[in-house]
Design a protein. Structure first.
Lengths: 451, 99
């Protein structure tokens, strides 16, 4: 039975590079994927592209490719990544010039386009927005970006045309892995039982170190060795869709059924219906078996037919957040922080700062879980010896947001005793609205560059 | 007994929805969490945080439950005023629950 090996080189936009290089160098892999897009990343990239049409791709693209390309050329490893973000074509151009700079020859680079529909967004103004319970029209003037979650088809076509490096925009995360699986085994894209297995493997790999012991350690309960040297995952995939998850020998971290289970359930809703552009995966029959050190055999996923619609993620400007923080220590710390919070709230009221929503937290006491759970965890909040006040407010105007942090900083000379370490800041909010559009309105385009 | 003694957990987010897994270390304890950790008890534990419904999905083969909590992230990751906008730390709070 044919087996292919796919490694993961990044689980988010800013992930570490060294473990990816280790996978290429020592992992004996056929492919490496770099998953670098979160819901909002592409909207921020689109803003960069609007300022400079040659930008709008992942900001670490040059840094990564300068190290990755020479190694991949040497080891004959193909690269698939969504680091193209809002501008895959510019990213392909950058990759080409890095390949040339490194003296690499005979490399075919594919840019997969078609997900970006911001120029046609006016066609969809009467569509319902998932998050807002209104039509898209209600945020019309605030829209920055609009990208459909596309499937593996562009990647499969690029592989058929002998691409070595494939850079995409908003391709769904698991599709980065499903693409090479379908291509290598010649699976029918409507054999949904198999497609479901491929989606699951993509889902397991897409967060890189999160399946090899990253985001898992809890000393005394779940110990993980050498987390500083965490190895990224490798999937050994069989033609029948079964998979062994492992990692490069000698690296830190671990692969066990427990690490794999946490990742399988991560960011899914109904395990019977994990919806992706390529099909609906069903994880309810999945089983896991430890077959060796850092080797877990996973099987039993299946799937159903893909949906008629594709999800489109729309980035839009959604006002501002103003924040300020100040710390209090020693006995009475919580009481003084509370007094400080009351003062800031009153000041914002009497100076008529227009705030949509205000939140006051006491870091060290209730900032993560609010009061109900804090009351269970602490017998007496007043016993806390370090408390940090945090005030955050959402505003429509930037000027109002600025005043929130200023009022916190003013606690230095006007507030309770012993406040220290004030920080303040303002951020513009880019929110995400989702609509669902007919699948046939998205046309994948592929551009090739060769060196 | 705290859930942390028999199970582990990870939180994920999509928009204003948080999902928390609860996975037993030993398969023998699955029946216990299936019986004790219901959608209602989780909703009640997170009543300050979760404004919407809590739905529970079962994965008995894996010894796991998945709780999907609607309107749990202060309006969504992008506009939430929380320090932990993704709600990543909610898994640790679930494990503090007594059963």
């Amino acid at each position: 039975m044919k087996t292919i090996r796919i490694g993961s080189g990044a689980g988010y936009a800013g992930d570490r590079l060294e473990p990816a290089l280790e996978v290429i160098e020592k992992g004996n892999v056929d492919y490496i994927i770099f998953e670098c897009l979160a819901e909002r990343t592409i909207a921020i990239a689109q803003q960069e592209k609007m300022k400079d049409p040659a930008k709008g791709y992942n900001s670490l693209l040059e840094y990564r490719m300068d190290k990755v390309l020479p190694l991949c050329a040497e080891k004959k490893v193909k690269v698939i990544t969504n680091m193209g973000a809002a501008n895959p074509l510019a990213a392909a151009e950058v990759i080409k010039s890095i390949a040339e700079k490194n003296g690499i020859k005979g490399l075919k680079i594919a840019a997969v386009l078609g997900d970006n529909i911001v120029e046609n967004i006016n066609n969809y103004m009467n569509y319902d927005v998932l998050e807002l319970e209104t039509k898209l029209d209600s945020i019309k003037d605030q829209i920055i970006s609009a990208n459909a979650y596309t499937g593996a088809e562009g990647i499969i076509e690029a592989l058929k045309n002998n691409a070595d490096i494939i850079v995409t925009g908003r391709v769904a995360d698991p599709s980065l892995v499903l693409g090479p699986i379908v291509y290598e085994f010649g699976w029918d894209s409507e054999d949904y039982c198999k497609i479901g297995k491929g989606i699951m493997i993509g889902h397991l790999l897409e967060c890189a170190g999160q399946i090899t012991g990253g985001y898992f350690a809890d000393p005394g309960f779940k110990d993980v060795e050498e987390l500083w040297n965490l190895g990224f995952p490798i999937a050994e995939i069989n033609e029948d869709g079964t998979v062994v998850i492992t990692k490069v020998e000698g690296t830190g971290g671990k692969v066990t059924p427990a690490t794999c289970k946490e990742q399988l359930i991560y960011e899914i809703h109904n395990p019977k219906s994990y919806i992706t552009p390529d099909g609906v995966a069903d994880y309810t029959g999945v089983t896991m078996e430890e077959i060796g050190k850092d080797r877990v055999l996973i099987k039993g996923a299946s799937g159903r037919q893909k949906t008629e619609t594709l999800k489109v993620s729309i980035g839009y400007k959604d006002g501002y957040v103003g924040e300020g923080e100040m710390s209090y220590g020693g006995s009475g710390a919580f009481e003084r922080a509370k007094l400080a919070g009351e003062i800031v709230k009153k000041r914002l009221e009497v100076t008529n700062v227009k705030i949509e929503e205000l939140r006051i937290d006491y870091i060290g006491v209730n900032s993560l879980y609010q009061d109900e759970i804090a009351d269970v965890m602490f017998n007496d909040k007043a016993q806390c010896r370090e408390v940090r006040l945090r005030v955050a407010g959402r505003t429509i105007n930037k000027e109002d947001a600025v005043k929130i942090g200023n009022e916190v900083e003013a606690l230095y000379t006007n507030g309770p005793a012993g406040g220290g370490g004030a920080t303040l800041g303002v951020k513009e909010i880019v929110s995400i609205a989702s609509i669902f559009i007919p699948r046939n309105e998205i046309k994948t385009e592929i551009h090739y560059k060769e060196v | 007994m705290k859930l942390k003694e028999i199970a582990h957990s990870r939180t994920g987010d999509k928009g204003n929805i948080s999902n928390i897994s609860l996975i037993v270390f030993n398969q023998a304890d699955y029946k216990l969490i299936e019986e004790k950790v219901t959608a209602e008890s989780v909703k009640s534990w997170f009543k300050d945080i979760v404004e919407g419904e809590v739905t529970r999905y079962e994965l008995p083969e894996l010894g796991a439950l998945n709780f999907v909590m609607d309107k749990a992230l202060g309006g969504g990751v992008t506009r939430s005023l929380a320090q932990d906008k993704h709600g990543k730390s909610l898994s640790s709070a679930l494990l503090e629950m007594e059963i």
